[in-house]
Design a protein around this ligand. Structure first.
Ligand code: DLL
Length: 433
């Protein structure tokens, strides 16, 4: 049976959704014009006033907002409410330059948590479930978002945060946790450790996992599902737009429904800014329809994605976004060829490896080099040099046909690549160092 948290809105007709979006967009544009001088300047420069925005058809008249705008406006330049109405900030895990900080009123938090509750309900969670939240808590949105969603559903929530893997496993087993929320790379590590401790999929009480915050392939999904004996659901979001729950997967597992009553997605050509139709790949852009404290309009996420309005058998009517294949800023250009880490992951997992790998890019004698280091699984581990060379060749061939590029592949012993408790670091680009 398909479960919903807010059935009426999640299954509303297209006409109803459009009516809600029209009304909220008009109000939101007025809100930013009146309360955020940065927006007013930006709109004036683009020659638009709130009177020009009468419906979502006028969305394209509004200028885009970029991460650079957020950095320039740090810390308070985009605040849409007086500080006395703001109750929380969250921040991105960005490693360079100024951090992005996002603000929330209590209403913003309530709506965000409802989005997370929708995601949990779509994964089958109810008030009878025990939800372990192993995303980081603190400035990162993963822990607080899913924690709030789980409370809204009335599920018993275990706020373990990330790390301390054996303690995570103890709680899963002792408290019979049924739903696990964490990054896919941490879920894979938890699975690996549980296997080592002798737990097979039938011994593990979990039935579903809600995994996101980083790109992960279908192959990785299948691996995690098999090891933990669960159904693994994708969840998408970003700090700037609220956090996890901007979009989430249903039992169909074919793309994530965007919570369209709160966020309008668009796909644009990243070079020209032109809006692209359903089915075409481009950069994902979001407009927040009812956020008060941090009301971003037409925010360029840099995530590369495709939208689909095709009917979904789960009954939800909200548009679906495909798994993002990467970000415009994590696309590697190697000897002129565009390479996404997710393509490399697909080749590795299709050949029986786990998602324990690192991609090292360098430049030697003015030529880019691509070195993929992959761990052998314990089952395939050997010190027979001929066998290792054969295995490496299979991967080199697989990568060549996927990428059109010759890579060097180095097989390393099990457990030599550091495991991640949050977002995995897959790429080391020495050209930038
Ligand atoms: O990662 C929010 C989040 C927490 C989402 C927990 C899901 C679960 P940020 O740290 O601001 O926020 O990073 C946002 O992560 O622009 C994407 O590039 C990437 N991302 C998030 N979810 C997915 C996903 C959180 N399901 C950035 N698939 C986004 C692929 C994802 N990439």
């Amino acid at each position: 049976m398909e479960r919903y948290y807010q059935k009426e809105i999640e299954t509303a007709s297209r006409e109803e959704i459009t009516a809600i979006q029209n009304e909220r967009l008009v109000k939101q544009v007025r809100h930013v014009w009146d309360n955020v001088p940065f927006y007013r300047r930006k709109m004036e420069k683009a020659g638009v006033t709130p009177d020009d925005i009468k419906s979502i058809d006028d969305l394209k008249k509004l200028p885009f907002i970029t991460k650079d705008d957020l950095k320039e406006q740090y810390p308070y330049g985009l605040l849409g409410m007086p500080l006395k109405d703001v109750v929380r900030i969250q921040s991105t895990s960005g490693t360079t330059g100024r951090r992005v900080v996002a603000f929330y009123t209590q209403k913003d938090i309530d709506l965000w948590e409802e989005c997370c509750a929708r995601a949990l309900a779509a994964a089958g969670a109810t008030d009878e479930d025990v939800v372990q939240v192993s995303y980081g808590y603190g400035l990162f949105t993963g822990g607080p978002g899913l924690n709030g969603g789980s409370h809204k559903l009335g599920s018993m929530t275990i706020p373990t945060s990330s790390g301390n893997t054996d303690r995570q496993i103890m709680f899963i087993m002792d408290l019979s946790a049924t739903v696990l929320c964490c990054t896919p790379s941490y879920a894979a590590y938890l699975g690996e450790r549980m296997k080592e401790l002798g737990y097979g999929p039938d011994d593990i009480p979990l039935k579903a996992g809600i995994f996101g915050a980083e790109a992960w392939s279908e192959e990785m999904r299948r691996d995690i599902e098999k090891t933990l004996g669960i159904k693994a659901y994708d969840i998408y979001g970003l700090t700037e737009i609220s956090g996890p729950g901007v979009a989430f997967e249903c039992s169909e597992q074919k793309g994530m429904h965007v919570n369209e009553d709160h966020f309008i997605p668009e796909i644009i050509n990243p070079k020209t800014g032109e809006v692209l139709p359903d089915g075409e790949q481009g950069e994902l852009v979001f407009t927040c329809l009812d956020k008060e404290a941090f009301p971003l309009l037409r925010y360029r996420t840099r995530d590369i994605c495709v939208l689909s309005h095709e009917k979904c058998s789960c009954g939800r009517t909200h548009v679906r976004m495909r798994k993002p294949m990467g970000r415009t800023d994590d696309m590697l250009i190697i000897r002129g060829v565009n390479v996404f880490p997710s393509q490399i992951e697909t080749v590795l997992l299709n050949n029986g490896y786990a998602a324990n790998y690192q991609i090292i890019v360098d430049r030697v004698n003015n030529t880019d080099t691509l070195d993929v280091q992959v761990e052998m699984t314990p089952e395939m581990f050997t010190d027979n040099i001929g066998e290792i060379a054969d295995r490496q060749k299979v991967l080199v061939d697989g990568l060549r046909s996927m990428l059109g590029l010759k890579a060097k592949v180095t097989l390393v012993a099990p457990k030599t690549i550091a495991r991640s408790e949050g977002k995995a670091v897959r790429v080391i680009d020495k050209r930038k160092i």
